[in-house]
Design a protein around this ligand. Sequence first.
Ligand code: AR6
Length: 170
Amino acid sequence: MTTTLTLVQGDITRQRADAIVNAANSSLLGGGGVDGAIHRRGGPAILAECRALRASCYSSGLPTGQAVATTAGELDALWVIHTVGPVHSTTEDRSGLLVSCYRESLRVADGLGARTVAFPAISTGVYRWPMEDAARIAVETVRTTETAVEEVRFVLFDEQAYAVFTGQLR
Ligand code: AR6
């Protein structure tokens, strides 16, 4: 099965997809950036499920590089897949954890039977990962991951991020 990679500039909370990936933090209890936007537009059902996951499976938080799914509430999607990106470091190579975010999210998507999955540029906001490197890792990882997902859509918030991802897809 081949996976098609597509790019869109815009707000991930406006996307129609089987699953939308959230660049969360390990608390799973919300935050700023994409995380804040998803919870705001998706409504309280997402947070309620996140709280239940915290209580049942992740009492010390979702580890960096892992992924877990909840309902998508009022979003135009069936599921939100929450993954925790690494904070960028200049002294330590954490790229394996960023690779893991994409791989684990696709693995969760496969478990759900999702055919279309929208990703933000994980770790490139509050977690300060340089866009060029993050885009390379995102595209390479999706291209080399065995998955039944038919479309992986990268949703880039601004023109500059969109241009960087466009360069990586060529
Ligand atoms: N749609 C698509 N992309 C967006 C949107 C949106 N609505 N909003 C922001 N971006 P960030 P991180 C872009 O900070 O770096 C949160 O507080 C943004 O321009 O959302 O993984 C969490 O709770 C950037 O390129 O995620 C964590 O604490 C990219 O999405 C922490 O931030 C990721 O930026 C996670 O930091």
